[in-house]
Design a binder for this molecule. Structure first.
Ligand code: AMP
Length: 431
């Protein structure tokens, strides 16, 4: 026998009995359906974009100096014509591409879209970091108004809270306008330049390319130098327009009663952010990893060759959120149990059981036994499944054209014809 093939490390199968909590299908479903309910309930519209695009969509979008591009974290491959494609390392660029491609600019603005699905990043193997993970993503496009930023933050927090999460912290910052960032990066370049040799390898490259990202470094060496040099925060470099915008987002959040702390040092991984940037942290996940993040990206559409389209949005990492839910002991909604478990007592009853089940479905949640068993065994099986009724069909039932039906709680048993069975399940008892 050959070697049994396994999944690529950093990818996961998601199913109910998965060993690790974040990959259990019920928690996934709970997160996605709750997010969908919240976002649809707020008037956002679902969009599914392809999971791969031309490489340029992401390269231009996330920026040439972001970790995703610099550290070659994208999964890139060629189509037959030799054109480079990439699996999406983030959903925003695809959504902006779709907005432009389908002329959504002429729709009433803002256009508010959401999606969920897999995201791919060729990151080094680490706990809680995967090569394929999943995000819920929301984007509000076409209007540059701090009201939309405040709404996005409020919706994100509402999703977490609706799920039952308590220990949240929203860190809000601003990365300013591009010209503010230029000035800030120049300041950081001059500050860190003389100490480049003391920085980690990754950050040494950043001094020239994107010094702001040094502040976000996970390396202890870098953090020690940052503590020593005490760089001024990004917020101190905001121009008047960005400053006013930031203040308005804060005012709106105060008015909405959404709690947040201003983090003057907040920087985000992708280059396209302007002005508002935020992260949601959770005590159980640790300070260094965010549960989710968002920001404004008013220049992104032009980078993709489109017209100016301001936008703001967020991404919620599903696996990390599942870990937080587990840590807080949030109970998942129970899976529905079958109303009726129908069991064949002999070989010839197998198809009778299936035929009856198919007549009753989907009104009644019916599961069936696939192999003949004794009434006692069938009863045990029905109890295990949490069914309300168990029904048997054997030789005797076939001859009489009935089902023997037993109510599992009361123990009451009677023989019913299919028509009587239908009216029983239409009655108030099972509603
Ligand atoms: P980002 O797009 O980097 O801002 O990430 C948004 C969220 O996605 C993060 O806060 C995490 O919850 C999640 N996330 C990012 N990268 C990974 C990864 N490699 N594995 C699992 N979750 C991730």
């Amino acid at each position: 026998m050959g070697l049994m093939l396994k999944a690529v490390p950093g990818t996961n199968d998601i199913f109910a009995q998965a060993k690790e909590y974040p990959f259990r299908e019920p928690v996934f479903r709970y997160i996605v359906s709750t997010a969908e309910e919240v976002l649809r309930g707020a008037g956002a519209q679902m969009v599914y974009t392809p999971i791969f695009e031309y490489l340029e969509v992401f390269q231009k979008g996330v920026g040439l100096t972001s970790d995703i591009v610099v550290k070659k974290e994208m999964f890139v491959f060629e189509d037959r014509g030799g054109r480079l494609l990439a699996l999406r390392p983030e959903p925003t660029a695809s959504i902006v591409r779709a907005y432009n491609e389908h002329g959504m600019k002429v729709w009433p603005q803002p256009v508010r879209l959401f999606t969920w699905g897999p995201i791919f990043r060729g990151e080094r193997q680490q706990k809680g970091r995967y090569k394929q993970f999943h995000q819920v993503d929301y984007e509000a496009l076409g209007l540059s108004d701090p009201l939309l930023d405040a709404e996005a933050i409020a919706l994100m927090v509402r999703i977490y809270k609706t799920l039952g999460l308590k220990h949240l912290e929203v860190k809000l910052g601003s990365v300013g306008d591009p010209e503010d960032r230029l000035r800030y990066n120049q300041y950081l370049r001059e500050l860190f330049g003389p100490y480049a040799k003391d920085l980690s390898e990754d950050s040494r490259v950043r001094v020239e390319a994107n010094p702001m990202r040094i502040l976000d470094s996970k390396s202890e060496r870098d953090q020690a130098l940052i503590a020593e040099l005490q760089p001024k925060p990004m917020l101190a470099f905001l121009g008047p327009a960005a400053q006013k915008f930031h203040q308005q987002v804060c005012n709106y959040l105060d008015r909405l009663g959404v709690a947040y702390t201003v983090d003057p040092n907040l920087v985000r991984g992708l280059d396209y952010y302007v002005r508002t940037a935020w992260e949601v942290h959770h005590a159980g996940i640790g300070a260094k990893s965010a549960l989710g993040g968002g920001g404004r990206y008013d220049g992104l559409s032009e980078m993709l060759g489109g017209p100016p389209v301001p936008g703001v949005g967020f991404g919620i990492g599903i696996e990390r959120l599942a870990i937080a839910l587990e840590q807080e002991g949030v109970a998942l909604p129970a899976d529905p149990c079958p109303t009726l478990y129908l069991a064949p007592l002999d070989e010839a009853a197998k198809i009778e059981v299936l035929a009856l089940a198919e007549q009753l479905r989907p009104k009644v949640n019916v599961e069936i036994g696939y192999t003949p068993k004794s009434p006692r065994k069938a009863l045990e099986e029905a109890l295990k499944k949490g069914a309300r009724y168990v029904g048997f069909i054997g030789e005797d039932e076939r001859a009489r054209g009935v089902v023997t039906l037993k109510h599992l709680e009361t123990g009451e048993q009677r023989a019913l014809e299919p028509l009587q069975l239908h009216s029983l399940f239409e009655g108030p008892e099972i509603k």
